[in-house]
Design a protein around this ligand. Structure first.
Ligand SMILES: Nc1ncnc2c1ncn2[C@@H]1O[C@H](COP(=O)(O)OP(=O)(O)OP(=O)(O)O)[C@@H](O)[C@H]1O
Length: 326
């Protein structure tokens, strides 16, 4: 299996700052909270921290808290002794002990049931756990990293998450910005996934052309890096040459289709207009003056359409509007 750290794109500038903080925090054993939308790379950063930490010789043990059955969370994390509850036939070590000497990633920590929160706080503070059904406490040397895509501060305010636990978990907080806020990372990631997926699928694809890159820069990436990877993989599979172009990305398919049987004529006209303006803005590389000229409308009319169809993301920079500067 490819080593996670090696697969992190080193020339991502936005992500580079995150990695720098992660590696600095890794040197200590303090608790770290990684926040960010789904697919931004929280798990990858957690793995990096482990690999650069004093616990790196130990095990890296990720647990998705959201996936644990509510009534078994404590048993999963802290273990249990046989007979602790119906079905507890054998002793169970639990995640803290499995990661003893290493790193435990508690992913989606916002989903930790309120009943388990005091126990986790105690494990962090005392560095000991108490398996379910046992009177004994067991010392553990487990570095805990928590990750979440939820707003824990808000959850504290609404009483869903303990304030003292949040402060224990976020001694260092590492926030990974969504991909749309670090567009400078998109070309490097796209190129990386292009090569990686081409190799895995034995396809001769080597690169993306400039128009394809521009389309990627204009996409909102709600699914972040995971969505980008999936899209490039699909493009690699459908690409007929060694270079991915906009036609391989199928990004127009992500917008509205005009072929719904319930679409009115006016809606269809609007969808067509929107799509056409997007293509022209892309062709004009975001230059609104140039796009207005191609479309044969005044700049004021184009501005109205940009506003109406929410296309500000396609009209890249204001400075591009001045032909003297382009
Ligand atoms: N900078 C990066 N370089 C290379 N791959 C990346 C980068 N950031 C994220 N990825 C990849 O994107 C995918 C999603 O990343 P990851 O699973 O770490 O996200 P996440 O924030 O933990 O998501 P979720 O909250 O849904 O669990 C993974 O395949 C990961 O390898």
């Amino acid at each position: 299996m490819e080593h996670a750290v090696e697969s992190i794109i080193a020339n991502c500038r936005g992500f580079g700052q995150v990695l720098h903080l992660a590696r600095t925090a890794a040197a200590s054993s303090c608790a770290i909270l990684i926040t960010g939308e789904s697919g931004t790379g929280k798990e990858l950063v957690a793995r990096t921290i482990h690999d650069h930490s004093p616990h790196k010789a130990g095990r890296y043990y990720p647990v998705n808290v959201a996936a644990l059955p509510c009534d078994l969370v404590e048993s999963h994390l802290f273990g249990h002794v046989s007979g602790a509850f119906t079905g507890a036939i054998h002793n169970r070590a639990g995640a803290f002990r499995k990661a003893d000497g290493g790193t435990l990633l508690l992913d989606e920590i916002g989903d930790l049931p309120s009943g388990a929160q005091p126990k986790l706080l105690r494990a962090l503070e005392q560095k000991e756990i108490q398996p379910v059904g046992s009177d004994e406490t067991i010392a553990v040397d487990t570095r805990v990293i928590a990750a979440t895509s939820q707003d824990l501060e808000k959850m504290v305010e609404s009483g869903q998450f303990r304030k003292d636990l949040l402060y224990r978990l976020n001694v260092v907080e590492i926030h990974i910005p969504p991909l749309r806020e670090r567009p400078e990372d998109i070309p490097a990631l796209a190129e990386y996934y292009c090569i990686r997926h081409a190799r895995a699928n034995e396809k001769p694809v080597k690169r993306l052309n400039a128009d394809a890159c521009l389309q990627l820069l204009n996409h909102p990436w709600n699914g972040n890096v995971r969505e980008l990877s999936n899209m490039i993989e699909r493009a690699v599979l459908f690409c007929q040459s060694d270079t991915i172009g906009p036609e391989d990305l199928n990004l127009s398919g992500c917008h509205e289709s005009i072929y719904s049987p319930t679409t009115t004529l006016q809606e269809a006209v609007d969808i067509f207009k929107k799509q056409h303006i997007i293509s022209v803005l892309q062709r004009a590389k975001g230059n609104r003056n140039g796009a207005a000229e191609i479309l044969g409308v005044s700049q004021a009319t184009l501005f109205r359409y940009i506003d109406k169809y929410d296309l500000k993301g396609y009209a890249l920079h204001k400075r591009n509007d001045s032909p003297s500067q382009t």
